[in-house]
Write a protein that binds this ligand. Sequence first.
Ligand code: NDP
Length: 328
Amino acid sequence: IPSEIPETMRAAVVLEAGGPENFAWREVPVPTPAPNQVLVETAATGLNFIETYQRSGLYKVEYPFVPGSEASGTVVAVGDDVDNVAVGDRVATASGTATYAEFFVAPADKLLPVPDSIDLVEAAAIPLQGMTAHYLCRSTFEVTAGDEVFLTAGAGGVGQLLTQMCKHLGAKVYTAVSTDKKREIALAAGADGVFNYEDFGQRLKEVTGGRGVDVAYDGVGADTFDTSLESVRPRGMIVLFGAASGPVPPFDLQRLNAAGSLFATRPGLAYYTLTADEVAWRAGEIFGWLAEGALKLSVDQRFDLADAAEAHRTLESRATTGKTVLIP
Ligand code: NDP
Protein backbone atom coordinates (compact mmCIF):
# COMPACT_ATOMS: atom_id res chain seq x y z
CA ILE A 1 0.00 0.00 0.00
CA PRO A 2 1.45 3.43 -0.93
CA SER A 3 2.47 5.58 2.02
CA GLU A 4 -0.21 8.26 1.53
CA ILE A 5 -2.95 5.86 2.58
CA PRO A 6 -3.55 6.43 6.29
CA GLU A 7 -3.56 3.60 8.81
CA THR A 8 -6.86 4.63 10.31
CA MET A 9 -10.05 6.21 9.01
CA ARG A 10 -13.46 7.21 10.30
CA ALA A 11 -16.48 4.97 9.94
CA ALA A 12 -20.14 4.90 11.01
CA VAL A 13 -20.32 1.88 13.32
CA VAL A 14 -23.47 0.17 14.64
CA LEU A 15 -22.60 -0.79 18.21
CA GLU A 16 -25.51 -3.20 18.80
CA ALA A 17 -28.84 -4.20 17.28
CA GLY A 18 -31.55 -1.56 17.65
CA GLY A 19 -32.50 1.94 16.58
CA PRO A 20 -30.47 4.56 14.70
CA GLU A 21 -29.18 5.91 18.05
CA ASN A 22 -26.83 2.90 18.09
CA PHE A 23 -24.60 4.48 15.43
CA ALA A 24 -21.22 5.81 16.59
CA TRP A 25 -18.61 7.73 14.54
CA ARG A 26 -15.36 5.89 15.21
CA GLU A 27 -11.73 5.66 14.21
CA VAL A 28 -11.05 2.19 12.72
CA PRO A 29 -8.15 0.62 10.75
CA VAL A 30 -8.06 1.13 6.99
CA PRO A 31 -8.52 -2.36 5.46
CA THR A 32 -5.82 -3.95 3.31
CA PRO A 33 -6.96 -5.36 -0.04
CA ALA A 34 -6.61 -9.16 -0.23
CA PRO A 35 -5.74 -10.87 -3.54
CA ASN A 36 -8.37 -9.99 -6.18
CA GLN A 37 -9.56 -7.02 -4.10
CA VAL A 38 -9.07 -3.27 -4.41
CA LEU A 39 -9.04 -0.49 -1.82
CA VAL A 40 -11.25 2.47 -2.75
CA GLU A 41 -11.36 5.98 -1.25
CA THR A 42 -15.08 6.60 -0.80
CA ALA A 43 -16.75 9.41 -2.77
CA ALA A 44 -20.28 8.41 -1.72
CA THR A 45 -21.95 5.48 -0.06
CA GLY A 46 -25.41 4.51 -1.23
CA LEU A 47 -27.98 4.17 1.54
CA ASN A 48 -30.09 1.05 1.14
CA PHE A 49 -32.92 -0.51 3.08
CA ILE A 50 -30.91 -3.64 3.86
CA GLU A 51 -28.68 -1.61 6.18
CA THR A 52 -31.68 -0.74 8.33
CA TYR A 53 -32.52 -4.47 8.54
CA GLN A 54 -28.90 -5.20 9.59
CA ARG A 55 -28.89 -2.35 12.11
CA SER A 56 -32.23 -3.31 13.67
CA GLY A 57 -31.40 -7.01 13.94
CA LEU A 58 -33.98 -8.21 11.36
CA TYR A 59 -30.97 -9.58 9.41
CA LYS A 60 -28.27 -11.26 11.52
CA VAL A 61 -24.86 -9.58 11.62
CA GLU A 62 -22.09 -9.36 14.23
CA TYR A 63 -21.75 -6.11 16.18
CA PRO A 64 -19.95 -3.77 16.25
CA PHE A 65 -20.87 -3.59 12.55
CA VAL A 66 -19.90 -1.16 9.81
CA PRO A 67 -22.76 -1.37 7.26
CA GLY A 68 -22.71 -0.63 3.57
CA SER A 69 -22.10 -2.48 0.31
CA GLU A 70 -22.90 0.14 -2.36
CA ALA A 71 -20.43 2.93 -2.94
CA SER A 72 -18.41 4.88 -5.46
CA GLY A 73 -14.92 6.29 -5.32
CA THR A 74 -11.36 6.18 -6.60
CA VAL A 75 -9.12 3.12 -6.46
CA VAL A 76 -6.13 3.84 -4.20
CA ALA A 77 -4.55 0.37 -3.96
CA VAL A 78 -4.95 -3.03 -5.62
CA GLY A 79 -4.33 -6.48 -4.14
CA ASP A 80 -2.38 -9.28 -5.78
CA ASP A 81 -3.69 -10.72 -9.07
CA VAL A 82 -5.77 -7.64 -9.96
CA ASP A 83 -5.30 -6.66 -13.59
CA ASN A 84 -8.68 -5.18 -14.64
CA VAL A 85 -8.39 -1.93 -12.65
CA ALA A 86 -5.57 0.39 -11.60
CA VAL A 87 -4.91 3.02 -8.96
CA GLY A 88 -6.73 6.21 -9.95
CA ASP A 89 -9.69 4.50 -11.66
CA ARG A 90 -13.19 5.84 -10.90
CA VAL A 91 -15.40 2.92 -9.84
CA ALA A 92 -18.71 2.01 -8.24
CA THR A 93 -19.80 -1.29 -6.71
CA ALA A 94 -22.60 -3.02 -4.86
CA SER A 95 -20.18 -5.54 -3.41
CA GLY A 96 -18.08 -3.34 -1.13
CA THR A 97 -17.44 -4.37 2.46
CA ALA A 98 -18.26 -1.85 5.22
CA THR A 99 -18.70 1.11 2.89
CA TYR A 100 -19.98 3.44 5.66
CA ALA A 101 -16.33 4.51 5.94
CA GLU A 102 -13.71 6.75 4.33
CA PHE A 103 -12.15 3.74 2.54
CA PHE A 104 -13.52 0.29 1.67
CA VAL A 105 -12.39 -2.91 -0.04
CA ALA A 106 -14.29 -4.61 -2.87
CA PRO A 107 -13.73 -7.57 -5.21
CA ALA A 108 -12.04 -6.39 -8.40
CA ASP A 109 -14.46 -8.41 -10.58
CA LYS A 110 -17.52 -6.65 -9.10
CA LEU A 111 -16.51 -3.08 -10.00
CA LEU A 112 -18.26 -0.88 -12.53
CA PRO A 113 -15.96 1.59 -14.28
CA VAL A 114 -17.66 5.01 -13.98
CA PRO A 115 -17.54 6.99 -17.24
CA ASP A 116 -16.20 10.56 -16.99
CA SER A 117 -19.62 11.88 -18.03
CA ILE A 118 -21.17 10.60 -14.79
CA ASP A 119 -20.67 12.39 -11.49
CA LEU A 120 -18.92 10.10 -9.00
CA VAL A 121 -21.42 10.86 -6.21
CA GLU A 122 -24.41 10.18 -8.49
CA ALA A 123 -22.73 6.95 -9.60
CA ALA A 124 -23.42 5.57 -6.13
CA ALA A 125 -27.07 5.16 -7.21
CA ILE A 126 -26.22 2.67 -9.94
CA PRO A 127 -24.63 -0.48 -8.53
CA LEU A 128 -27.35 -1.61 -6.14
CA GLN A 129 -30.60 0.16 -6.97
CA GLY A 130 -29.81 0.50 -10.68
CA MET A 131 -28.70 -3.11 -11.05
CA THR A 132 -31.70 -4.27 -9.02
CA ALA A 133 -34.14 -2.39 -11.24
CA HIS A 134 -32.31 -3.82 -14.25
CA TYR A 135 -32.44 -7.46 -13.22
CA LEU A 136 -36.07 -7.17 -12.12
CA CYS A 137 -37.29 -5.98 -15.53
CA ARG A 138 -34.71 -7.67 -17.79
CA SER A 139 -34.30 -11.07 -16.13
CA THR A 140 -36.69 -11.92 -13.29
CA PHE A 141 -39.63 -11.03 -15.53
CA GLU A 142 -38.51 -9.94 -18.97
CA VAL A 143 -40.65 -6.87 -19.61
CA THR A 144 -41.56 -6.31 -23.26
CA ALA A 145 -43.61 -3.76 -25.18
CA GLY A 146 -47.26 -3.77 -24.20
CA ASP A 147 -46.78 -5.41 -20.80
CA GLU A 148 -48.70 -3.96 -17.88
CA VAL A 149 -46.53 -3.62 -14.78
CA PHE A 150 -47.28 -2.75 -11.17
CA LEU A 151 -44.53 -1.70 -8.78
CA THR A 152 -44.63 -0.38 -5.20
CA ALA A 153 -43.08 2.91 -4.04
CA GLY A 154 -42.74 4.51 -7.47
CA ALA A 155 -41.04 7.62 -6.07
CA GLY A 156 -38.38 5.58 -4.26
CA GLY A 157 -34.85 4.69 -5.24
CA VAL A 158 -35.53 1.39 -7.01
CA GLY A 159 -39.05 2.58 -7.88
CA GLN A 160 -38.06 5.56 -10.03
CA LEU A 161 -35.38 3.58 -11.86
CA LEU A 162 -37.65 0.56 -12.43
CA THR A 163 -40.42 2.84 -13.71
CA GLN A 164 -38.10 4.50 -16.23
CA MET A 165 -36.66 1.16 -17.39
CA CYS A 166 -40.08 -0.48 -17.83
CA LYS A 167 -41.30 2.56 -19.78
CA HIS A 168 -38.19 2.40 -21.96
CA LEU A 169 -38.99 -1.27 -22.64
CA GLY A 170 -42.46 -0.24 -23.81
CA ALA A 171 -44.58 -1.24 -20.82
CA LYS A 172 -47.47 0.52 -19.10
CA VAL A 173 -46.44 1.23 -15.52
CA TYR A 174 -48.69 1.56 -12.48
CA THR A 175 -47.46 2.29 -8.99
CA ALA A 176 -48.59 3.13 -5.47
CA VAL A 177 -47.15 5.92 -3.30
CA SER A 178 -48.05 7.49 0.04
CA THR A 179 -48.10 11.27 -0.54
CA ASP A 180 -49.03 13.87 -3.18
CA LYS A 181 -45.40 14.93 -3.50
CA LYS A 182 -44.40 11.34 -4.24
CA ARG A 183 -47.26 11.10 -6.71
CA GLU A 184 -45.77 13.99 -8.71
CA ILE A 185 -42.33 12.37 -8.61
CA ALA A 186 -43.67 9.00 -9.78
CA LEU A 187 -45.51 10.67 -12.65
CA ALA A 188 -42.37 12.58 -13.60
CA ALA A 189 -40.49 9.27 -13.70
CA GLY A 190 -43.02 8.16 -16.31
CA ALA A 191 -45.70 6.19 -14.47
CA ASP A 192 -49.00 5.93 -16.38
CA GLY A 193 -51.08 5.58 -13.22
CA VAL A 194 -50.19 6.45 -9.62
CA PHE A 195 -52.50 5.10 -6.91
CA ASN A 196 -52.84 5.12 -3.12
CA TYR A 197 -51.99 2.10 -1.01
CA GLU A 198 -55.62 2.02 0.19
CA ASP A 199 -57.20 1.24 -3.17
CA PHE A 200 -54.48 0.24 -5.62
CA GLY A 201 -55.93 -3.27 -6.00
CA GLN A 202 -59.28 -1.88 -7.11
CA ARG A 203 -57.64 0.68 -9.40
CA LEU A 204 -55.46 -1.97 -11.05
CA LYS A 205 -58.58 -4.01 -11.83
CA GLU A 206 -60.13 -0.95 -13.46
CA VAL A 207 -57.16 0.06 -15.59
CA THR A 208 -56.50 -3.49 -16.81
CA GLY A 209 -60.16 -4.14 -17.60
CA GLY A 210 -60.36 -6.80 -14.89
CA ARG A 211 -57.48 -8.83 -16.33
CA GLY A 212 -54.71 -7.90 -13.89
CA VAL A 213 -51.11 -6.89 -14.53
CA ASP A 214 -48.51 -9.12 -16.17
CA VAL A 215 -46.10 -8.65 -13.29
CA ALA A 216 -46.26 -7.06 -9.84
CA TYR A 217 -42.94 -5.98 -8.29
CA ASP A 218 -43.49 -5.63 -4.55
CA GLY A 219 -40.72 -4.17 -2.36
CA VAL A 220 -43.02 -3.03 0.44
CA GLY A 221 -43.83 -6.55 1.65
CA ALA A 222 -46.13 -7.12 4.61
CA ASP A 223 -48.58 -4.27 3.96
CA THR A 224 -49.06 -4.79 0.22
CA PHE A 225 -48.19 -8.36 -0.72
CA ASP A 226 -51.71 -9.81 -0.64
CA THR A 227 -53.13 -7.05 -2.83
CA SER A 228 -50.18 -7.23 -5.22
CA LEU A 229 -50.72 -10.98 -5.58
CA GLU A 230 -54.42 -10.52 -6.28
CA SER A 231 -53.64 -7.91 -8.95
CA VAL A 232 -51.67 -10.27 -11.22
CA ARG A 233 -53.27 -11.79 -14.33
CA PRO A 234 -53.54 -15.59 -14.73
CA ARG A 235 -50.04 -17.12 -15.23
CA GLY A 236 -48.43 -13.76 -14.47
CA MET A 237 -45.69 -13.21 -11.91
CA ILE A 238 -45.57 -11.83 -8.39
CA VAL A 239 -42.05 -10.66 -7.51
CA LEU A 240 -41.42 -9.95 -3.84
CA PHE A 241 -38.15 -8.03 -3.75
CA GLY A 242 -38.16 -6.32 -0.37
CA ALA A 243 -39.78 -5.75 2.99
CA ALA A 244 -39.90 -1.99 3.60
CA SER A 245 -43.07 -2.43 5.73
CA GLY A 246 -41.94 -5.74 7.25
CA PRO A 247 -41.51 -9.35 6.10
CA VAL A 248 -44.32 -11.30 4.41
CA PRO A 249 -45.52 -14.15 6.68
CA PRO A 250 -45.09 -17.83 5.63
CA PHE A 251 -46.94 -18.50 2.42
CA ASP A 252 -49.17 -21.41 1.30
CA LEU A 253 -48.20 -22.29 -2.29
CA GLN A 254 -51.79 -23.33 -2.99
CA ARG A 255 -52.62 -19.61 -3.03
CA LEU A 256 -50.75 -19.33 -6.34
CA ASN A 257 -53.24 -21.71 -7.93
CA ALA A 258 -56.24 -19.93 -6.44
CA ALA A 259 -54.92 -16.57 -7.71
CA GLY A 260 -54.54 -17.84 -11.30
CA SER A 261 -51.60 -20.27 -11.60
CA LEU A 262 -49.16 -17.51 -10.77
CA PHE A 263 -45.38 -17.63 -10.63
CA ALA A 264 -43.88 -16.26 -7.41
CA THR A 265 -40.26 -15.42 -6.77
CA ARG A 266 -38.21 -13.70 -4.09
CA PRO A 267 -35.06 -12.60 -5.96
CA GLY A 268 -31.83 -11.07 -4.68
CA LEU A 269 -29.20 -9.02 -6.50
CA ALA A 270 -26.33 -11.38 -5.68
CA TYR A 271 -27.91 -14.14 -7.78
CA TYR A 272 -28.35 -11.81 -10.75
CA THR A 273 -24.75 -10.60 -10.71
CA LEU A 274 -23.10 -14.02 -10.61
CA THR A 275 -20.31 -13.42 -13.11
CA ALA A 276 -18.21 -10.51 -14.32
CA ASP A 277 -19.88 -10.91 -17.73
CA GLU A 278 -23.34 -10.56 -16.23
CA VAL A 279 -22.29 -7.47 -14.25
CA ALA A 280 -20.76 -5.95 -17.39
CA TRP A 281 -23.90 -6.64 -19.46
CA ARG A 282 -26.20 -5.01 -16.90
CA ALA A 283 -23.88 -2.04 -16.37
CA GLY A 284 -23.47 -1.62 -20.12
CA GLU A 285 -27.24 -1.34 -20.64
CA ILE A 286 -27.61 1.05 -17.70
CA PHE A 287 -24.76 3.33 -18.82
CA GLY A 288 -26.15 3.20 -22.37
CA TRP A 289 -29.61 4.28 -21.21
CA LEU A 290 -28.04 7.07 -19.11
CA ALA A 291 -26.03 8.29 -22.10
CA GLU A 292 -29.06 8.38 -24.41
CA GLY A 293 -31.21 10.09 -21.78
CA ALA A 294 -33.66 7.20 -21.36
CA LEU A 295 -32.65 6.95 -17.70
CA LYS A 296 -32.01 9.68 -15.15
CA LEU A 297 -30.52 9.30 -11.68
CA SER A 298 -32.25 11.14 -8.83
CA VAL A 299 -29.95 11.64 -5.87
CA ASP A 300 -32.51 13.49 -3.75
CA GLN A 301 -30.85 13.31 -0.30
CA ARG A 302 -27.20 13.81 0.64
CA PHE A 303 -26.09 13.29 4.26
CA ASP A 304 -22.70 13.50 5.90
CA LEU A 305 -21.60 9.96 6.66
CA ALA A 306 -21.20 11.05 10.29
CA ASP A 307 -24.99 11.62 10.26
CA ALA A 308 -25.81 8.03 9.25
CA ALA A 309 -28.30 7.78 12.12
CA GLU A 310 -30.29 10.71 10.73
CA ALA A 311 -30.19 9.19 7.26
CA HIS A 312 -31.61 5.91 8.60
CA ARG A 313 -34.37 7.78 10.46
CA THR A 314 -35.30 9.61 7.29
CA LEU A 315 -35.43 6.43 5.17
CA GLU A 316 -37.44 4.51 7.76
CA SER A 317 -39.95 7.34 8.20
CA ARG A 318 -40.74 7.17 4.44
CA ALA A 319 -39.47 10.73 4.01
CA THR A 320 -37.01 10.00 1.19
CA THR A 321 -37.51 9.97 -2.57
CA GLY A 322 -35.05 8.63 -5.12
CA LYS A 323 -31.53 7.87 -3.97
CA THR A 324 -29.96 8.79 -0.65
CA VAL A 325 -26.17 8.99 -0.40
CA LEU A 326 -23.79 9.37 2.55
CA ILE A 327 -20.67 11.44 1.95
CA PRO A 328 -17.58 11.06 4.13
P1 NDP B 1 -37.12 3.25 -1.28
O1 NDP B 1 -36.44 4.48 -1.74
O2 NDP B 1 -38.12 2.62 -2.15
O3 NDP B 1 -37.71 3.51 0.13
C1 NDP B 1 -38.65 2.63 0.64
C2 NDP B 1 -40.07 3.11 0.32
O4 NDP B 1 -40.96 2.07 0.68
C3 NDP B 1 -40.50 4.29 1.15
O5 NDP B 1 -40.05 5.53 0.64
C4 NDP B 1 -42.00 4.16 1.07
O6 NDP B 1 -42.49 4.77 -0.13
C5 NDP B 1 -42.21 2.64 0.94
N1 NDP B 1 -42.77 2.10 2.17
C6 NDP B 1 -43.98 1.52 2.27
N2 NDP B 1 -44.23 1.16 3.52
C7 NDP B 1 -43.18 1.53 4.25
C8 NDP B 1 -42.87 1.45 5.63
N3 NDP B 1 -43.71 0.89 6.51
N4 NDP B 1 -41.69 1.94 6.07
C9 NDP B 1 -40.84 2.50 5.20
N5 NDP B 1 -41.07 2.61 3.87
C10 NDP B 1 -42.24 2.12 3.41
O7 NDP B 1 -35.99 2.16 -0.93
P2 NDP B 1 -35.06 1.36 -1.92
O8 NDP B 1 -35.28 1.80 -3.30
O9 NDP B 1 -33.70 1.39 -1.36
O10 NDP B 1 -35.58 -0.13 -1.75
C11 NDP B 1 -36.92 -0.48 -2.10
C12 NDP B 1 -37.13 -1.92 -1.70
O11 NDP B 1 -36.31 -2.74 -2.50
C13 NDP B 1 -36.77 -2.22 -0.26
O12 NDP B 1 -37.71 -3.11 0.27
C14 NDP B 1 -35.42 -2.92 -0.39
O13 NDP B 1 -35.16 -3.79 0.67
C15 NDP B 1 -35.61 -3.65 -1.69
N6 NDP B 1 -34.38 -4.02 -2.39
C16 NDP B 1 -34.25 -5.32 -2.79
C17 NDP B 1 -33.17 -5.74 -3.51
C18 NDP B 1 -33.12 -7.12 -4.00
O14 NDP B 1 -32.23 -7.47 -4.80
N7 NDP B 1 -34.03 -7.98 -3.62
C19 NDP B 1 -32.06 -4.80 -3.81
C20 NDP B 1 -32.35 -3.43 -3.43
C21 NDP B 1 -33.45 -3.07 -2.72
P3 NDP B 1 -44.04 5.28 -0.07
O15 NDP B 1 -44.07 6.28 1.03
O16 NDP B 1 -44.36 5.84 -1.39
O17 NDP B 1 -44.81 4.05 0.24
